[in-house]
Design a protein around this ligand. Structure first.
Ligand code: KIV
Length: 272
């Protein structure tokens, strides 16, 4: 299908809804630091997610649970400095919005005020509805996240595909509609059957961004370090690696080590 692509000088939450309306797919990637964010923004990505996957990718934790609000703000403010065009969405980390709506609002305000980001993302459906409403009422754009929600990994017990059973699928569809109704500007659907993701995308007017949710959604998101092939132990079916930086970087660094040892670096030209 050929799609007319409008130029967006700056991507806003409204641009994303317009893109869905016009059938233009939305591109989204994570970034956690200035240098990577500058490359991603310059390459034309629509949305940069400062994901709590920073907990795994940047800090080396096994799950997304340990990352703190201060650490998310640090990553987000580094990303925001690099951005000219993309919309920057920041994850509210585990433990900063689940206990009560006032705390959720305080956490979201800190992210917006201290990092300069444009929106926040929260994991969950009806159980966090009041927190989302409170944040939206303060004028902060919210993106939802349903399906596999990694902050609940100890409840699920595994990272396998979610909502294969009818009961969970029905709840997910209800949650997506509720998120649209209360005013979220978009929803991430993670690791659910493609047919269910399609049904959800067709049933709401806000953009549905998939990760492991098939192609019949309004956009795609991947973790930057995974799609660049910097990580190599994580191999889910949905991941396409566009580079193999793990290998390229390992080769470059081991060549540097050999050059230093053999006094091949620096050369005469590389000194003063
Ligand atoms: O934290 C993250 O990177 C995410 C994406 C996987 C959607 O939430």
């Amino acid at each position: 299908m050929s799609v007319s692509k409008r130029e967006y000088k700056r991507v806003t939450t409204k641009s994303l809804v317009d893109m869905k309306g016009q059938g233009e797919k939305i591109s989204m990637l994570t970034a956690y630091d200035y240098t990577m964010a500058k490359i991603v923004d310059g390459a034309g990505i629509d949305v940069i997610l400062v994901g709590d996957s920073a907990s795994n990718v940047m800090a080396g934790h096994e799950t997304t649970l340990p990352i703190t609000l201060d650490q998310m703000i640090y990553h987000a403010s580094s990303v925001v400095k690099a951005i000219e065009r993309s919309l920057v969405v920041v994850d509210l980390p585990f433990g900063t919005y689940q206990s009560d709506p006032k705390e959720a609002l305080r956490s979201a305000i800190r992210i917006m005020k201290e990092s300069g980001a444009h929106a926040v993302k929260l994991e969950g459906g009806k159980e966090i509805k009041e927190s989302i409403k409170r944040i939206l009422n303060a004028g902060i754009p919210v993106m939802g996240h349903l399906g596999l929600t990694p902050q609940s990994i100890y409840k699920f017990g595994t990272y396998t595909v979610r909502a294969k059973e009818e009961k969970e699928a029905e709840q997910l569809k209800e949650d997506a509609k509720m998120l649209e109704r209360i005013g979220c500007f978009g929803v991430v659907l993670e690791k659910i059957p493609a047919s269910l993701a399609r049904e959800v995308a067709e049933s709401v007017s806000i953009p549905i961004i998939g990760i492991g949710a098939g192609k019949h959604v309004d956009g795609q998101v991947l973790v930057l370090h995974d799609m660049l092939g910097m990580t190599h132990e994580f191999n889910p079916r949905f991941l396409r690696r566009y580079l193999n930086l793990y290998e390229d970087m390992t080769k470059a660094i081991s060549t540097y080590v050999s050059d230093v040892k053999a006094i091949k670096f620096p050369s005469d030209k590389e000194q003063y």
